[in-house]
Design a protein around this ligand. Structure first.
Ligand SMILES: [Mg+2]
Length: 326
């Protein structure tokens, strides 16, 4: 199969359903508060102290509560269990992840049983399987073993030995890339070969960094960039700031973007998506973006800037009073 020509970054196909760039102060009343997780509710595995009362306050006001993450390493059930285990109000139906959105996109694009090569975590593999696809991890393919031999990279044990050129039997319809803590040269080579042979290149997200206790680690976007350079193709990105996750939230909130307040720690992804979707937005300074980042010329402008989630209740007071007056 002839390799595809350079593929431009194209928006998620669901974008057309949303009004883009509408003012966020329209007359619709607030119905939902959606929170990014890393840097907003948690930092690494540590619960941020202002989160539990803020989340309880949202539910106490009768508003819908949702958790939205670009992190594709965990299944929604796992995310909900992790949050509930920390004492937060959470069940799987309240969680949206880029992994689930990617699985649903691939199912609609390629149909049941489509073969998907995965560079990512077990949660991503599980979401793809739940959606009726046939995922296999790039690391577990025979090609990975062969390519590891060619590259001199250490081999993963247990893979069958083969000789000669990389095999392309059962060519995958897509290569799906998210954060993969076991990422190595052989994985990169297998993903490169599949994309160059014609598989669609899909990224669950393009986050460069990932906030943890005391600093940041490389995000899924760092691996996506390596694969983009090696394959000389650009990915289709599914997570924030693309609008697929926003569309799902707006639908659940009754179809009006301004009925959703999105709370995030990143200007480029969280606030970028919220503004483009026409949602209300609040940047909380407990994660990646800082007050200095707000001054950058092309930075997205949130409606509110909060030092911590402790300031959310004042924002909700204002928004709810505002819509009562209309
Ligand atoms: Mg975050």
């Amino acid at each position: 199969m002839e390799p595809m020509s350079e593929e431009p970054l194209i928006p998620h196909p669901s974008v057309g359903d949303l009004s883009v760039g509408e003012p966020t102060t329209g007359g619709s009343s607030l119905r939902m508060v959606a929170f990014d997780i890393d840097g907003v509710v948690l930092r690494g595995d540590t619960l941020l102290p202002a989160a539990p009362p803020a989340l309880a306050d949202v539910l106490g006001r009768g508003l819908l509560l949702r958790y939205v993450t670009n992190n594709s390493t965990r299944h929604r059930v796992e995310v909900a269990e992790r949050l509930a285990g920390l004492g937060l109000p959470a069940e799987p139906g309240m969680v949206l992840t880029s992994a689930a959105a990617t699985a649903s996109y691939l199912r609609s694009e390629f149909g049941e049983g489509a073969s998907v090569l995965v560079v990512g975590g077990d949660g991503l593999v599980a979401e793809l399987r739940d959606a009726g696809l046939e995922p296999r991890h790039a690391r577990s393919t025979p090609q990975a073993s062969v390519l590891a031999q060619h590259s001199g990279a250490p081999q993963h044990s247990g893979a069958p030995q083969q000789s000669g050129a990389p095999q392309h039997s059962g060519a995958p319809a897509a290569v799906v890339v998210g954060l993969d803590v076991g990422f190595d040269y052989a994985t990169l080579a297998v993903a490169q070969a599949a994309i160059r042979a014609g598989a669609r290149f899909i990224a669950t997200n393009a986050d460069a960094t990932f906030p943890v206790e005391g600093g940041v680690l490389p995000g899924g976007g760092a691996l996506v960039a390596a694969i983009a350079v090696a394959s000389q193709r650009e990915p289709l990105v599914i997570g924030k700031p693309q609008l697929g996750l926003a569309r799902a939230l707006v639908n659940e909130a009754g179809g009006e973007a301004a009925a959703v307040l999105f709370v995030g720690d990143r200007l480029d992804t969280d606030i970028g998506m919220a503004v483009a979707a026409g949602m209300r937005s609040a940047l909380v300074l407990t994660g990646v973006s800082t007050r200095a980042d707000l001054a950058v010329a092309d930075a997205a402008s949130p409606d509110f800037v909060l030092e911590t989630l402790a300031e959310l209740s004042g924002v909700l007071d204002g928004l709810l009073a505002d819509t009562r007056l209309r």
